[in-house]
Design a binder for this molecule. Sequence first.
Ligand SMILES: Cc1ncc(COP(=O)(O)O)c(C=O)c1O
Length: 394
Amino acid sequence: MTISRRIFVQRFGGASVATLGGLTLAGRGAEAATGLLARGLPVEQSGAPGAASLIRLDSNENPLGPPPAVLDAIKASFVDAGRYPARAGNAIGEDLAALHGTSPENIVVACGSGEILRMSVDAFTSPTKGLVAGLPTFESCVGRAKQLGRPLTEVPVLEGGLGLDLASMAANAKDAGLIFLCNPNNPTGVVHGAAEVSDFIARVERASPDTIILVDEAYHEYVMDPSYATAVPTALQDPQVIVSRTFSKVYGMAGVRLGYAIGHPDTIKKLAPWRMPNSVSILAHHAGRAALAARAMVPTERTRNREALNFTGKVFEDLGYKVVPSQANFVFVDLRRDARAFQAACRERGVAVGRQFPPLVTYTRVSIGTLEEMRRAAEVFRQVLSAAPSAAAR
Ligand SMILES: Cc1ncc(COP(=O)(O)O)c(C=O)c1O
């Protein structure tokens, strides 16, 4: 039995679905299956040598893919695939509103939270009102600001602990249209507690009553730190704050593409027109509704992730490397050598890890796969790290 088939059985057991059009989806989920199909390979070959057997720890995906109910919903929505998504109405917006105890006017759904990030830059920055973000942080906002030639201030993370430098970010708020607060931050995994975040929001608002604060909570469901709290209740009341969320992580739907922003109706009204029309497909719409209905799986997935995350952190610590405490589904490790050389050496041995994140060029980001994948990856990490780094990589 290949790893992917084993995960498949663990995940789906005797569940009814997990087949699409007669095809069995492997544990890595739709993304793996799509890649295999594109190459004309049957999904069952996912354990074969070569690209299909690569352990993918480079994009913070959920290694189990979507829950069976989501696959069921996607399959059931095939009959509507010829129709524009508007025909489905805004049922997903209504479901999300019910989840957050608010109304659909507080929400805009999009093609992944990546679209929300891009829309936020489009909506709230201008040639004179730029973007403030951490460095490193998730790159969508910064990338869009650069594309549009917006003023950009990137504030390096703090040397001790790699937390976002919230004081300095707030101090730079004055002429900004948008401040991007990624919590927990990608790629560091550092989370900022509720008190820190509300203090940050208060400081920004004092300095700059027009600046929008976008709190990216892509990894919200994975956080276990008790000092953390979502900024959603603040966003619902405060027109200067919006929160973005995604179905790509805990719900394993990265290939389906669904995310949303939640905030005050006035702010959502300014943001929504920047969405590409019909950017949420009818399949994503129904998949998202099914994921919300199946959200009892979230604590199980959080625990599964944490177990594999703790295992992975310990592997690096036992090898003598510092691991940044993570509240997400990845770890950030200081290898004290060029992370690109580590990435290339792991890739040669069948494990894909994250790219380099300047200016922290000696750190690598390793996404958390299944425990079994992490055990196999650990062997590769040990091999690669036991070899002395070449002069160029030091
Ligand atoms: C912090 C953060 N925000 C947003 C995204 C975008 O996710 P998606 O567009 O799949 O919702 C990611 C993806 O990795 C992320 O790490």
